[in-house]
Write a protein that binds this ligand. Sequence first.
Ligand code: FES
Length: 99
Amino acid sequence: MSETSADISPNEMRVVDVNGEPFTVVNLEGQYYAFSDTCTHRGCSLHEGQIVAQTQIQCPCHGARFDMKTGQVLGGPTQESVKSLPVAVQDGKLVLGGA
Ligand code: FES
């Protein structure tokens, strides 16, 4: 479990350490989602990629695409999805991984 403040603007991404593993938190239309920042292809940082379509992140290195809501891989050179974590809002903070 990890916490960060909830002041993330729409479509902004922030990297949060969760037990030593970087996760990207994103605000999509007022809902917060968290997924592993490490691309399952060769390990590039997904938060440095581009948001394509409404809920997809495209890896900056070789173009793998993931659903930011679920972590599911949608295309590109990997078949492996990234982990996603539930995000709860508590007292103005985002709690990753459940309370
Ligand atoms: S490292 Fe992400 S697509 Fe290659």
